[in-house]
Design a binder for this molecule. Structure first.
Ligand code: ATP
Length: 209
């Protein structure tokens, strides 16, 4: 099974990394692709270039077995629709299960995404519980009724179409909190990997002018 973890990663932090490792270990995922988006579709555009966010992701995953930085969204113009990203993974892996990994906050808005039902035809969804997450609303309840499985084995038995809720280490870390800390002169140390910290520090990223 291949894991696809998309995000703004502005910047990538230990909340992304530790939880992705939890998912990888729990579900037997052989490779997790971290896919920084180029152009946001459901939120404000990131203030940091896609190239720089990729460099931070690359620094974060270096040396971690089975974690890779995947820059495919950088090479596509227009909005970074997940359905297109997953279609390109499907072309590369015609029969292998794909696990599209996201936090519960992202899943809560899933039905407003571009072509959500096609996403489920292309991949499974693995939803990670985040601290203080609100439970899914009624519309998602219908989707869960149809697609939810509590058996990890079901994810290996089909290439796509199931939703699995994965408990993960609860780390109350968000990129927006990190940006706010840095903007007021505080440090991101120990909430991002050391290599990411060093780049942020060297370049003075996210700091107020
Ligand atoms: P921001 O604060 O700027 O919104 P973020 O920290 O939520 O950023 P994103 O890059 O937007 O990071 O998130 C990518 C994915 O990672 C999303 O699916 C999000 O739910 C998930 N995620 C982010 N932080 C955590 C965390 N601490 N625990 C579990 N999932 C997380």
């Amino acid at each position: 099974m291949i894991g696809v973890f998309g995000g703004t990663f502005d910047p990538i932090h230990n909340g992304h990394l530790r939880t992705a490792l939890d998912v990888q270990e729990a579900l037997g995922i052989r490779r997790v692709h971290f896919v920084p988006l180029r152009e946001a579709v459901h939120r404000d555009q990131p203030g940091t270039s896609a190239e720089l966010r990729c460099a931070l992701v690359q620094a974060a995953v270096a040396g971690q077995p089975g974690f890779v930085m995947d820059s495919r969204e950088l090479h596509r113009s227009g909005p970074s629709w997940s359905v297109h990203t997953l279609a390109s993974f499907r072309l590369e892996h015609p029969d292998e299960p794909l696990a599209f990994i996201m936090g519960g906050d992202a899943f809560n808005g899933f039905l407003e995404w571009h072509r959500p039902h096609e996403i489920l035809e292309l991949a499974h969804l693995v939803v990670m519980q985040r601290p203080d997450a609100t439970p899914p609303g009624d519309a998602l309840g219908d989707l869960l009724d149809r697609h939810l499985t509590r058996e990890a084995a079901d994810l290996h038995a089909a290439p796509s179409g199931r939703i699995f809720l994965q408990p993960v280490t609860q780390l109350d870390i968000s990129a927006s909190d990190i940006r706010e800390r840095l903007a007021v002169g505080r440090s991101a140390r120990f909430i991002v990997p050391d290599r990411v910290f060093t780049i942020i520090d060297h370049l003075g990223l996210y700091q107020a002018d």
